[in-house]
Design a protein around this ligand. Structure first.
Ligand code: ZN
Ligand code: ZN
Length: 279
């Protein structure tokens, strides 16, 4: 079994098409221009190769649709990269995956800062309220577990799988990025620190998925120029662009990336499955 990345969504915070927008990309018939909010699932075989673990990265407002699209019945763990609405507010849609039988609790891995924000934003799931009797509805059974960010690069094992976690600047805040095997995921960031570039270069990445929200410079995200620059610096075998807004037509961006970086770089699209090796 190889490690897989399933693209549940590849779009910016509004999703594409944007309701009410009549631009060329929002009106496009190309299915690759239809983008749910950005989220991926990593499918990683266990060491004995007997099982496949599924790590969901972010719970977007489109989570339910993503789970339906791929008939997903099981998520072993979830990683929340940051607490913006487009990455978190579908968290309640994890509930059906907890039903069982037997009932299941899904661990949510994130930083200490984001744990506190998530707990405050969803008191009915995590606070004292969660322990009170529920009148109908019910709540997802989730357990927040903090990732330690005391270093610049934090080696962490989740369910027997090795990850390196690091923080990326995202406007005034930050986002969690990670490396697993020969794959790295850099989402929602306007810069990539030198220490992260050096670390990822040294890994000899097979696959990089990187933020690329629009053409013009952006205060909280990478744009085409900066994203292409970091791809050159990190130098993976293949790179996919993600979190695209409506000024980026799939075909045009594909052509542009090919021109600047060669055929190994292209935009990701919803429902795409990518593979990478551990070593
Ligand atoms: Zn986002
Ligand atoms: Zn964000």
């Amino acid at each position: 079994m190889t490690n897989k990345v399933l693209i549940l969504g590849s779009g910016t915070s509004t999703g594409i098409p944007i309701p009410g927008c009549e631009c060329q990309v929002c009106q496009s018939n190309n299915p690759k221009n239809k983008r749910l909010r950005t989220s991926i699932i990593l499918k990683i075989p266990t060491l004995d190769n007997k099982q496949e673990l599924s790590f969901l990265i972010d719970t977007t407002p489109d989570l339910r649709q993503g789970l339906l699209n791929h008939k997903i019945k099981k998520i072993d763990a979830c990683i929340i990269t940051h607490t913006h609405a487009d990455h978190l507010h579908g968290i309640d849609d994890l509930r059906p995956l907890c039903f069982g039988p037997p009932p299941k609790t899904i661990p949510i891995y994130t930083s200490k800062k984001f744990s506190e924000e998530i707990e405050n934003r969803f008191p009915y799931i995590f606070g004292d309220q969660a322990n009170k009797p529920q009148l109908g509805g019910g709540i997802p059974r989730l357990l927040i577990k903090e990732i330690n960010f005391s270093k610049k690069i934090n080696k962490t094992t989740l369910h027997g799988i090795a990850f390196d976690f690091f923080l990326l600047p995202h406007g005034l805040g930050e986002t969690i990025g990670f490396r697993q095997g020969r794959f790295a995921y850099l989402i929602d960031c306007h810069d990539v620190p030198e220490v992260v570039i050096d670390h990822l270069r040294s890994i000899n990445l097979e696959l990089l998925i990187i933020d690329c929200v629009c053409r013009a410079p952006h205060r909280t995200h990478l744009n085409t120029d900066s994203s292409f620059d970091f791809i050159k610096k990190i130098n993976p075998e293949r790179a996919k662009l993600i979190h695209m807004g409506h000024d980026l037509d799939h075909l045009e961006l594909e052509t542009e990336a090919k021109k600047s970086l060669g055929g190994t770089v292209s935009p990701a699209f919803d429902n795409q499955v990518l593979t990478y090796r551990n070593k």
